[in-house]
Design a binder for this molecule. Sequence first.
Ligand SMILES: [Fe+2]
Length: 282
Amino acid sequence: MFVKWILLLSIWQSLSASSLREEFQKTGYVEICNKTHGRETFESLYLHFDDLIDFLQKNPMWAEKLQMAKERFIRSKSRDFYGTDFFGFYDEPERSQISFYYASHFHEFIFLHYKQLQEIPEIKRFFEACLAIETAYRDLFNDTAANLGLDEIFSSTYSYPPILLKVIKYLPTYSALRPHYDGTAFSLFLDSTDNASLLLSPYKSSFTTEDFSSPTRAFSREEEQNSNLLIPGTLLKEFAIYPTPHIVTQSGNIRYATIAFGMRPNYSHQKTTFTPLPYFND
Ligand SMILES: [Fe+2]
């Protein structure tokens, strides 16, 4: 594990601060070869996710309990570390997607205050798999901020940044009309079972649908390797770093993806406007 991280970081450190900023401006993303978590890790995560979905859909009482825990968590101090109210399970049939927003403090909170939830194997296994993945990217976010000379954005009482891990399942009927910006400092696309469906564009003063394309990958998704894309979100405007709009297009198949959102600790959203985004017609 340690050796693999050295490999990853050495690729990362070959980018200087100016080139990272330039890459964000020019292409909207940087690609990283991830030697830590490949296909094997995520296929196992998606199996746990399917088990969790199945369990919560068959046992709405437990889904409700999880929702109650979330409501209580977002009134706690730990919520502020993440600066968002997105936590937990989102089963959205109207959008043909099911997702889970995992955070280590949410995990801790639930297991401390809702002991009966941690006794459910489907919840416990999924949370443990998420934790193992999430902790592996703390250094990467710190390193990204340092590379850009923005070390202070993640400074808090913790030595690591607030990370939300989003695991998402797209159903065959899923379709998206419009790209969006992420309300994050950085978003790291860790895995997808269909990379070609993610289209993005570097930030511009005006957009048409033709500006959006699927990035050509230098690395591939293999058993112990992955191609990751890192993009800036909306929370860095004060540093003249603008967000990369993106869209996951319709494919008619079941797909899974995992994204790590690097948030800003104890940060309250400021009203900011960005270039309007175009509608995609199917
Ligand atoms: Fe997004």
